[in-house]
Write a new protein. Structure first.
Length: 169
């Protein structure tokens, strides 16, 4: 992949994250935190995981060593999560849009949250973050349906259609 590909896909990722957050706005506080028995207890916990994983990888790319993901409890409501995510999104976009072609092969050394060391080129890490977020946004769709709320499409083709000014659905 090229850096331009990553710019476009990270633009898509931000678009999809914002749409997902918007689709959660109709939830009551109780629905937002209700334990639905999914990979992460609730809509809030799943959203916090998406945010936290994106934040964690950005920290690693900056050679910082976080020892834990942010706790879902740090986000008492959707607006608290949305505010923190907006700041992160600016930082993530600045980083991704600053990458050069040569940097895609740069080896990143980091430790996971248990202290196990890893290293590898940044390109697969960039891909991983995109796919990880997409996977968990799909879980949000199911959780919203379980709560009787209406999810929105975050399909890549919808992103392209919207950018081109075409009908999206």
């Amino acid at each position: 992949m090229t850096v331009d590909d990553f710019h476009e896909l990270y633009d898509f990722n931000s678009w999809a994250n914002r749409r997902t957050l918007d689709s959660c706005a109709s939830l009551t506080p109780e629905q937002f935190t209700r334990d639905l028995g999914s990979s992460f207890r609730s809509v809030r916990d799943t959203l916090a995981h998406i945010y936290g994983a994106e934040w964690l990888w950005l920290e690693r790319w900056h050679e910082r060593v976080p020892t834990a993901l942010p706790s879902a409890a740090d986000f008492p409501d959707l607006e608290a999560l949305r505010a923190r995510w907006a700041q992160h999104e600016r930082n993530l976009h600045a980083y991704v849009h600053s990458l050069t072609p040569a940097e895609l092969g740069r080896v990143i050394k980091y430790k996971n949250t248990r202290g196990t060391p890893f290293e590898g080129p940044i390109e697969p890490m960039l891909n991983h973050v995109l796919h990880h977020s997409t996977y968990h946004r799909g879980q949000i769709v199911t959780l919203l349906r379980q709560l009787g709320a209406k999810p929105v499409s975050t399909d890549l083709i919808v992103f392209y259609r919207e950018r081109a000014g075409q009908p999206v659905e």
